[in-house]
Design a protein. Structure first.
Length: 174
């Protein structure tokens, strides 16, 4: 009898599972386009294009340095009066990030791999491995995640968080 009730309960609940909206391939493709636009805006130092990808300029922008990286940063401090580097930092905004790139003549590129996207059509999450290079020298890498919201103007990034390990300085010229 208990087994019959279990089967009946499972059958009765199956419409709930069927009502779950399927992931839209169109949403997946639109979010992939956001990822590529982010990458190319960095390469091209295209601040106006970059900023259109975000819900607003107050979008949380949070990095977390690995323990190994934090120790390396502390060991590289040149002046003991300087504060120790923070493990977690969130002083940047998308606009300040681009301003930093624009203030340098170097070529920058962020590369993405193992990109995973999940969405219900209203909110989305992108999670991937990244590496960030300056003049083709990989300076940092880790995992990165974005939350996105589907607005009347399309998908917008509403938060950016990443882990970071890094090479402290490029190899010396030989």
């Amino acid at each position: 009898m208990k087994r019959g009730l279990l089967v009946l309960a499972l059958l009765a609940s199956s419409p709930v599972f069927a009502a779950t909206p399927a992931k839209s391939n169109a949403d997946q493709e639109q979010i992939k386009t956001i990822v590529e636009s982010f990458r190319t805006a960095i390469v091209n130092k295209d601040k106006p294009r970059f900023l259109t990808l975000f819900f607003n300029d107050k979008t949380p922008w949070i990095g977390v340095t690995s323990d190994k990286g934090l120790q390396l940063l502390k060991s590289k401090k040149k002046d003991a009066s300087q504060p120790d580097p923070d493990k977690i930092f969130s002083s940047d905004t998308p606009s300040l990030f681009m301003d930093g790139l624009l203030s340098e003549s170097h070529h920058f590129e962020e590369k993405f791999s193992n990109v995973r996207i999940d969405t219900d059509g209203n909110v989305g999450v992108v999670y991937f491995d990244y590496s960030f290079s300056v003049e083709n020298y990989k300076v940092n890498w880790g995992k990165e995640s974005w939350h996105l919201v589907h607005t009347p103007d399309g998908w917008k990034i509403s938060s950016v968080i990443w882990s970071m390990d890094f090479n402290p300085e490029p190899p010396k010229a030989k």
